[in-house]
Design a protein around this ligand. Structure first.
Ligand code: SF4
Ligand code: SF4
Length: 429
């Protein structure tokens, strides 16, 4: 992620591709039913998001964002050479986090010379040619079922399928040689997106905020890099297009919700029935004939309407307390979508000070708790029912989920830690 010391000015005079009014109206009409089922509300001001405006890209060209702290944040992922004394931020903590990212980094950096940070600011280049002969797909439902099983075999924890929807594709991606916008092109003929969820390590997430916890993020990026490449190579060998993708090319949250993997929460994360918000998502754009899944709302919106735990716990107060809004001042928020949106500048400013990612809002979310405990099962069942206020009452009495001290995490590791934190009943909390 390292860049030179030059501050780059953008917007440049390079055009970005945006949807025409007619194309947008056609997409809004075509997806009206599934938008409603997914809780997606699009307003007049909608425009596709330009990746130049995402926080991690702005930190390289926008003087309002870039600072010594943001430079040091990115540098810290290269070398654990500026550790602190604080528990969770020692050299070992940074070392483990950086090691967890390494496979993802190897992939992302291989075409730096072409300005393509694959998996983040460019789709992953596919090394496998599309086979000249196509296997016949008689039944898209059977094909989808087979692809989902294979995705799980390669290591995905959750898989769903939805249709390509250009509204969620970046109007421009980023040339990382000079941080300028370039066309966000995909091959012709793509019809579907396979969306995969990758569960983050529960014990590491329990140590947020810490550099140690960042290992939970890095591990899943490294895992998902391998999984999307493998599954895309399989599809290409079947004779169909498949573009492996991580955070690049399109917003994954609407795709994950549309593919039925979870529901959008106040903490700006997709909350899944299986892992709560403790999931990262990857995707493959493909022309393989597949049956689509439908959104599966399960009560998160209604619970988040009455809960503010994530917003209460956020140190820089970057999360909203009120209902979803369409208006948001942040340059890094998509325009014209009514939703809960963070103050991205405040959030990333806090990350930069930590020199690691913060996901306190993930850790404290009650849907993060495992269903392996009686209380966990009770909470999930009641919170997603019409008795949700009872769950809120129980959670209010319970208070914020305590942070697992990073030192304790290391102690447990040395003692031969096995099982998950909830399996061990979180005895020391
Ligand atoms: S990641 Fe941290 S700073 Fe950002 S919204 Fe969540 S709790 Fe707040
Ligand atoms: S902490 Fe509460 S409000 Fe925030 S995402 Fe979780 S359930 Fe929703």
């Amino acid at each position: 992620m390292k860049h030179g010391c030059r501050t780059l000015a953008w917007p440049s005079n390079q055009p970005v591709e945006t949807l025409s009014d007619e194309a947008l109206a056609e997409l809004n009409a075509r997806f009206a039913a599934s938008d409603a089922a997914a809780g997606i509300e699009i307003g007049e001001a909608f425009e596709p998001f330009n990746q130049m405006n995402d926080m991690f890209t702005r930190a390289f060209w926008d003087d309002d964002v870039r600072s010594k702290d943001t430079d040091a944040f990115f540098d810290s992922y290269r070398s654990a050479s500026s550790p602190r004394r604080a528990e969770g931020f020692t050299q070992k903590d940074f070392a483990l986090r950086n090691a967890s990212w390494i496979v993802s980094n190897l992939l992302s950096n291989r075409n730096n010379d072409d300005g393509e940070r694959e998996g983040f600011q460019a789709p992953i280049r596919y090394d496998t040619p599309v086979a000249e002969t196509k296997v016949t797909v008689d039944d898209p439902h059977e094909q989808a079922s087979e692809i989902k099983s294979l995705a799980r075999m390669f290591g995905a924890d959750l898989v769903g399928v939805t249709e390509i929807d250009p509204r969620w594709h970046y109007s421009a991606r980023v040339d990382t040689r000079n941080f300028s916008p370039v066309a966000n092109d995909l091959p012709e003929g793509l019809t579907h997106v396979i969306v995969m969820g990758h569960a983050m390590d529960e014990d590491l997430v329990a140590t947020y905020p810490s550099a140690l916890a960042g290992a939970a993020t890095g591990m899943e990026y490294s895992h998902e890099a391998a999984i999307v490449i493998q599954l895309a190579a399989y599809i290409r060998n079947l004779g169909y297009e498949a573009v492996p993708s991580m955070n690049d090319t399109a917003l994954v949250i609407p795709y994950a919700v549309k593919a039925g993997l979870g529901e959008y929460g106040r903490n700006q994360m997709v909350i899944t029935p299986e892992f709560g918000p403790r999931v990262r998502f990857s995707k493959i754009f493909t022309s393989l004939p597949l049956a689509s899944d439908a959104p599966k709302p399960f009560g998160i919106r209604a619970y988040c309407d009455i809960c503010t735990k994530c917003a209460d716990a956020c140190p820089p107060k970057a999360l909203p307390f009120g209902p979803p809004q369409e208006d948001n001042d942040s340059t890094s928020t998509i325009k014209g979508v009514k939703k809960w949106s963070a103050d991205c500048e405040k959030c990333f400013g806090y990350w930069a000070k930590l020199k690691s990612d913060c996901a306190i809002c993930m850790r404290v979310c009650p849907f993060n708790q495992s269903k392996s405990t009686l209380y966990g099962r009770l909470f999930h069942a009641v919170a997603t029912s019409k008795f949700r206020k009872v769950a809120l009452y129980l959670e209010t009495k319970r208070g914020m989920a305590a942070r697992l001290k990073p030192g304790q995490w290391w102690l447990r590791l040395r003692g031969g830690m096995t099982g998950t934190l909830s399996d061990r009943q979180r005895l020391d909390r």
